[in-house]
Design a protein around this ligand. Structure first.
Ligand SMILES: [Zn+2]
Length: 182
């Protein structure tokens, strides 16, 4: 290979589009439609991405859950359990009242006040958040069909403990629902 042709070859490969440019060009703006799963731009490998996601998710949601734990304890509310194998994986349940509590992180669940799509990998993040929001709409319906009462709280609700407590107290004051074992 002559010096000249090697030079041309290098130039050609330098002009190859990066994967994210390609995805941005070929994927139209994602409409906010239930159940629409747009293609995901592959910047990380699959394995790396799930490691990153798991790390972010566990850190993000854990802090929010612990905040609710401290609100419940401070208010002397008992009878709750965390991480029980109930449909939709509620963060807290009150089994006797069949109350399933979800604390949704503002970012992950697309809170209209606080969720902003990060500048990089927008396609990926929007797809992820859109999927979460679709699930957030479907799960409460399914729980009601099973005689559970779903309660969704936003992460930002936790900065007003009084509001959270009064919501919970209202639901917990109701009569127990059916067999607590099912
Ligand atoms: Zn929020």
């Amino acid at each position: 290979m002559s010096v000249n042709s090697e030079h041309r070859h290098r130039q050609a490969s330098a002009q190859q589009p990066r994967p994210e440019d390609k995805a941005r060009r070929t994927t139209p703006d994602i409409p906010r439609v239930t159940g629409y799963a747009p293609p995901v731009a592959d910047v990380f490998t699959k394995k790396k991405r799930s490691q990153v996601m798991a790390a972010i998710r566990s850190r993000g949601n854990k802090a929010t859950e612990l905040k609710l734990v401290s609100i419940l304890r401070a208010a002397g509310i008992t009878g709750w359990r965390r991480h029980q194998p109930i449909l939709g994986h509620p963060d807290f349940i009150f089994r006797r009242q069949r109350l399933a509590v979800f604390v949704d992180g503002c970012f992950w669940h697309g809170c209209c006040k606080h969720s902003r799509t990060p500048r990089s990998n927008q396609i990926y993040w929007r797809a992820k958040i859109t999927r979460n929001m679709a699930r957030d709409r479907a799960v409460p319906r399914l729980l009601r069909q099973r005689n559970w009462t779903p309660l969704r709280l936003w992460e930002h609700d936790l900065s007003s403990p009084q509001v959270v407590i009064s919501k919970l107290a209202g639901l917990l004051a109701r009569a127990p629902k059916g067999n607590p074992r099912t």
